[in-house]
Design a protein around this ligand. Structure first.
Ligand SMILES: [Zn+2]
Length: 678
C-alpha cells in the first residue's frame, strides 16, 4: 500500500491504487496521515529522502555524503558528486528524481550498466527506460515518445544520442526533473576518458531548464573544475567523499619472478580475486598457469563471445571460479562485495585506471589487498605503449578512410548510420596491427566523427512476414508456435510492418518455456518463412555522426592531439613515480593525486609496513617480541576484533620462522586478543 501511494504522490497523477486486502487490515491511520500530508502539500511530495530510501530500497540510512548531494539537488542547485566506486552513486540521483515531478534524463556511456539499472528500477516498481547504441531508429523513436508522453521517471541515454535531431525534438516535450551525468569525467579532455559526445550535454542545458547532478568516481581537482565549467554550472558546487579505503592494503612489489609472486598471493590470500593484465593472450596464459597450480581460475577479455563472457562472469560471481584473469574489459559494473585481492600483473597507464580497478577489492569493508607487480621492463614497455596509443596523424586519417571503404560508404554520405563493427575482421582485411588501428579509431571518436560503442546488446527482433488472415490457415509443426505468435501479436505492435524488438525473458515466461526453447521456436518459424527472426547479439557498433569526408578534409585537430598525448604521458609518468616511490604511504599518494591533502598514513601498505619493520629491526630482539605483540594487538583492535590469519601473516612478510604465530597464540591464550575468524 505504501509503495503504491508513494508512487502516486511522486507522479503527476493522483492515482490511489493499493492492495485492498492488505489495506483493510492495515492501519487506517497511516493512510489518513499520508493522505493529509498529500492534501497539504499539493504537488511536491513531502516525504523525506529517507522515507523514499526506505520505501524503494529498504535501507535505513544513507551512506556518507549521499544526503548532502540529494539535499543540494532538491534545492535546485547543480551539483558535482565525487564518490568512490561502490559509494552508492545511483541513490544520489534516483532519490531526488523520485521526489520531484517529471522525468530525469540520465546520461551514461556504459550500455550494459544502463540496462541493469533500468531493469533494477522496473523491478522496484519505478518506470524507467533507455535509449542506447544498439537500438534502431524506430525503437529510439518509440522510447523517446514514451519518455515524452508516458508516465516515466527515468530515461537513460547514451551520450551519442544527445546530439541527434530526434532526441532534440522530443526533449523539448519532456518535463525534465534533472539532467544526470554519470561518469562525468568523460566531459573533460584532461580526464583519462574524454568522450566528445559528452559536450552535447552543454547544448542540452540550453534547451532544458533543470538542475544537473553530475557524478564521477575519479577526478583530479583540475578535472573537477573543468567538469563544472563544461556542464555550465550556475554556481560551483562540489560534494566529495573521502577516498580512503581503510580495509584495502596497497602492496607494490618489484620482482623479476612475477609468476611466482602471483602464485604466492593467490595461494596465501583466501577468497575471490581479480588479476589484471594488459593483453588478451596473457589472460589465457596466466589462467592456465594458475589452474595448473591448483588455483581455480578462468580468463576474460573483450574478444570472447558475449555468451561466454556472461557465463564466466556469472561463475566467478557465484564463487565457482575463484580467480579471474582479465583485461580491463572486466569489472565495470560488477558489484561483488567480497573480492579479497586485486593483482595488477602489468602496470596500468594512469592512476585513475589503477585506483578504479584496485578499488574493486574489499567493497564489503573486510581486509583486502591490492597488489601491483612490476620490474624495470614494465617501465620500458609502458613508455612504448604511449607510442602505440598515439599513432601518427596521417595513419589516423588512413584508418578513417579504410573504415568507410570497409563498409562501402561513399563520400558525402553515411551520417546517422550504425555499423556493426568487428575490429579483428577489419584488421585482417587490411592487414593492420590491431592496437594501432584501435587507437586511431578511438582518436577519431574523440574528434567527434563517430562513436564506437563496445559490447552493445542488440535485442532479438521479430517481423511477421505473412498476412494476418493467412496466419490462421498455417498448419504449424509445433502447436506452441501458434501460441507464441498469439502472444507476440497481443503484446507487441508493428509486427507486420517492421522487425520489432522483443524481450525474450518476458515472452518465454508468458509461453511457459525456457529461453532456449523460445529461440528454437522462433528459428522454426523463420524456417517456415512465417517470420523474419533476428537473434539477439552482442556487438560493437560504430555510429557515424557525419557524412564521409574527402581526403585532406578530415580535420584531426593536431593541436588537441598533441595536448592529449601530453596529458597521457603525464598520467603515465605519475604511475611510474607511484611504483618507484619508497617513502610515501601508497594510500596517501593516491589520495593526494585526487586532491585530498593531509591524509593519514594507512599503516597497512607496503611502505607503511616496511617502516614498521625497520623500527622493529632497530629495536633489537628483546623488544622485537614486544613490538610484534603490540603490532598484532593494534591491528586486531583496528579491525574491531575481527581478523583472520592471512591478514596477520601479511603484517610480517619476512618472518619465515613464524615467530608471530607463537606470539599470537600467547596473546589468544592470555585473552589479550580473540581467536581469528575462519
Ligand atoms: Zn600506507
Amino acid at each position: 500500500m505504501h509503495l503504491a501511494l508513494v508512487r502516486s504522490l511522486s507522479g503527476a497523477k493522483i492515482n490511489f491504487f493499493y492492495d485492498s486486502a492488505n489495506f483493510a487490515a492495515n492501519n487506517f491511520a497511516t493512510f489518513v496521515l499520508l493522505l493529509t500530508r498529500f492534501v497539504l502539500m499539493e504537488k511536491e511530495c513531502a516525504l523525506s529522502p529517507l522515507d523514499v530510501l526506505r520505501e524503494y530500497w529498504g535501507h535505513d540510512s544513507f551512506r556518507p555524503k549521499q544526503l548532502e548531494i540529494i539535499s543540494s539537488a532538491l534545492d535546485g542547485l547543480d551539483v558535482l558528486a565525487i564518490l568512490p566506486t561502490g559509494g552508492g552513486k545511483s541513490v544520489c540521483f534516483q532519490v531526488p528524481a523520485l521526489m520531484k515531478d517529471g522525468l530525469a534524463i540520465v546520461v551514461t556511456p556504459l550500455v550494459a550498466l544502463m540496462k541493469d539499472q533500468v531493469q533494477n528500477l522496473n523491478s522496484r516498481g519505478i518506470k524507467a527506460l533507455c535509449v542506447n547504441a544498439g537500438m534502431g531508429r524506430r525503437e529510439v523513436d518509440l522510447a523517446l515518445n514514451n519518455a515524452a508522453y508516458g508516465d516515466f521517471k527515468f530515461l537513460y541515454v547514451s551520450p551519442e544520442r544527445l546530439g541527434t535531431r530526434l532526441f532534440l525534438q522530443y526533449v523539448q516535450e519532456m518535463n525534465v526533473s534533472y539532467i544526470v551525468v554519470d561518469e562525468a569525467h568523460c566531459i573533460s579532455q584532461w580526464g583519462y576518458d574524454f568522450r566528445p559526445d559528452y559536450l552535447c550535454i552543454g547544448k542540452l542545458r540550453e534547451l532544458v531548464d533543470a538542475p544537473v547532478i553530475a557524478l564521477t568516481a575519479t577526478a583530479t581537482p583540475e578535472v573537477a573544475e573543468d567538469i563544472m565549467y563544461r556542464l555550465g554550472f550556475r554556481e560551483r558546487n562540489l560534494v566529495k567523499s573521502g577516498f580512503e579505503r581503510p580495509n584495502l592494503s596497497y602492496l607494490v612489489r618489484k620482482c623479476e619472478d612475477k609468476l611466482g609472486q602471483l602464485l604466492a598471493v593467490c595461494s596465501s590470500v583466501a577468497g575471490t580475486g581479480i588479476v589484471y593484465v594488459r593483453s588478451r593472450k596473457k589472460t589465457e596464459e596466466l589462467a592456465s598457469y594458475l589452474s595448473a597450480n591448483g588455483i581455480s581460475s578462468s580468463f576474460y577479455h573483450a574478444g570472447l563471445g558475449g555468451q561466454s563472457r556472461s557465463d564466466r562472469q556469472a561463475r566467478w560471481k557465484n564463487g565457482q571460479i575463484r580467480v579471474m584473469v582479465c583485461t580491463n574489459a572486466f569489472g565495470m559494473g560488477i558489484d561483488k562485495p567480497d573480492v579479497r585481492f586485486v593483482i595488477h600483473f602489468d602496470v596500468p597507464d594512469s592512476p585513475e585506471a589503477y585506483f578504479q580497478e584496485a578499488g574493486r577489492g574489499g567493497r564489503d569493508g573486510k581486509r583486502s589487498f591490492a597488489v601491483l607487480l612490476w620490474n624495470s621492463s614494465d617501465i620500458r614497455r609502458l613508455r612504448q605503449i604511449a607510442t602505440v596509443s598515439f599513432p601518427p596523424l596521417d595513419y589516423v586519417e588512413e584508418i578513417y578512410h579504410k573504415v568507410h571503404v570497409f563498409f562501402e560508404v561513399p563520400y558525402d554520405t553515411g551520417a546517422g548510420r550504425q555499423l556493426k563493427f568487428d575490429l579483428e575482421e577489419f584488421c585482417r582485411h587490411f592487414r593492420l596491427q590491431r592496437s594501432s588501428a584501435y587507437y586511431a579509431i578511438i582518436y577519431i571518436e574523440r574528434t567527434g566523427h563517430w562513436t564506437l560503442s563496445e559490447d552493445v546488446d542488440i535485442d532479438t527482433k521479430v517481423q511477421i512476414r505473412v498476412d494476418r488472415n493467412e496466419l490462421y490457415d498455417i498448419d504449424f509443426p509445433d502447436p506452441r508456435m501458434s501460441q507464441l505468435l498469439e502472444i507476440l501479436m497481443r503484446k507487441y505492435t508493428g509486427l507486420f510492418s517492421w522487425p520489432v524488438p522483443i524481450d525474450e525473458d518476458y515472452v518465454s515466461g508468458l509461453l511457459g518455456v525456457p529461453v532456449g526453447t523460445l529461440r528454437q521456436l522462433l528459428y522454426g518459424l523463420s524456417l517456415e518463412h512465417v517470420i523474419k527472426y533476428v537473434p539477439c547479439d552482442r556487438a560493437t557498433v560504430l555510429y557515424l555522426h557525419h557524412d564521409r569526408l574527402r581526403p585532406k578534409n578530415v580535420n584531426l585537430e593536431p593541436d588537441r592531439y598533441a595536448q592529449l598525448k601530453d596529458a597521457f604521458m603525464t598520467r603515465m609518468e605519475e604511475m611510474v613515480r607511484y611504483v618507484q616511490e619508497e617513502d610515501v604511504c601508497r594510500s596517501s599518494y593516491l589520495l593526494e593525486y585526487f586532491g585530498q591533502k593531509d591524509s593519514v598514513d594507512c599503516g597497512t601498505c607496503d611502505i607503511c609496513r616496511a617502516a614498521k619493520k625497520a623500527s622493529l629491526v632497530s629495536s633489537g630482539p628483546q623488544e622485537n617480541e614486544e613490538s610484534v605483540s603490540k603490532a598484532i594487538r593494534d591491528y586486531v583492535s583496528s579491525r574491531e576484533d575481527r581478523y583472520d590469519l592471512e591478514e596477520i601473516a601479511l603484517l610480517f612478510p619476512s618472518d619465515h620462522d613464524g615467530n608471530w604465530q607463537k606470539i599470537l597464540r600467547n596473546l589468544i591464550n592470555d585473552g589479550s586478543v580473540p581467536p581469528p575468524q575462519d
